[in-house]
Write a protein that binds this ligand. Structure first.
Ligand code: AP5
Length: 233
């Protein structure tokens, strides 16, 4: 499965929940690149300047780390891709890797999200420096300000969540990544949810998509529910 959408749409948050619920790895290229930066690895050193400017890291670097990750044992039963692919070249490369693995994309979930929601989410996002858990100062606050609920690590604001960089990330998304909406529409893989929904309601709309596509066992099927728009933000 591929989670596609602008920065701050909630891809990482839903990717985490889906991974826990269905025991499928959540493969986030953003997380992998941030890990490489933290470790000062050769990939991290190359990637950092692009990430801090809100630009995409060159395709060759990202493609290499994704290939390596998908080759690992835990990915045999499938995976949730978050933040990848982000360019047409990455999408074509993914098609060829999946072909070699005799796998298909079950679905692409596009998080259609309004710009004011994106800006509020990114400006309030805080991440745990130790375990990477994701918070929002208003929407998903930690129990103790500045401290991670999971491991007591300190929370920080991502460098690329600062105002000037967010604007550039949105422009980069429009120019380089949003054309993938049509790429997957043409392949009849695209499914759209409203990214503006509260976390739980966004999750329910994903479960509803799974049920429509017959990708759920009976016990996982959502009961009828009512979706509220955006009130969380
Ligand atoms: P990446 O980490 O992938 O960033 P992104 O795509 O910009 O996405 P975000 O992590 O900002 O947002 P998200 O949609 O995951 O939202 P989240 O759930 O965290 O990439 C970072 C950089 O790495 C890129 O700029 C690029 O340089 C590089 N990179 C990565 N992949 C690459 C690739 N394939 N090719 C080239 N370069 C690549 O939520 C955001 C906030 O909102 C959080 O605080 C969360 O708590 C809160 N929130 C989430 N959902 C909700 C909700 N429903 N209601 C209320 N609050 C919510």
């Amino acid at each position: 499965m591929i989670l596609l959408g602008p920065p701050g749409a909630g891809k990482g948050t839903q990717g985490h929940v889906l991974s826990e619920r269905f025991h499928v790895p959540h493969v986030s290229t953003g997380d992998m690149l941030r890990e490489a930066v933290k470790e000062n690895s050769p990939v991290g050193l190359k990637a950092q300047e692009y990430m801090n400017r809100g630009e995409l890291v060159p395709d060759d670097i990202v493609i290499e780390i994704v290939k390596e990750r998908l080759g690992k044992k835990g990915s045999r039963n499938g995976f949730i891709l978050d933040g990848f692919p982000r360019t047409r070249r990455q999408a074509e490369m993914l098609d060829s890797v999946l072909h070699e693995m005799h796998k298909n994309i079950d679905m692409v979930i596009y998080f259609r999200t309004s710009e004011d929601v994106i800006v509020r989410r990114l400006s309030g996002r805080r991440i745990c420096r130790s375990c990477g858990a994701n918070y929002h100062i208003k929407n998903i606050p930690p129990k103790v300000k500045g401290i991670c609920d999971v491991c007591n690590g300190p929370l920080y604001q991502r460098e690329d969540d600062k105002e000037g960089t967010v604007k550039n990330r949105l422009e980069v998304y429009e120019r380089q990544t949003s054309p993938l909406i049509d790429y997957y529409k043409e392949k009849s893989k695209l499914n759209t949810i409203t990214g503006d929904l509260e976390v739980e309601d966004a999750f329910k709309s994903i479960l509803k998509l799974f049920a429509e596509k017959d990708l759920l066992s009976i016990k996982d099927r959502p009961s009828p529910f009512h979706i509220r728009e955006g009130s969380y933000d």
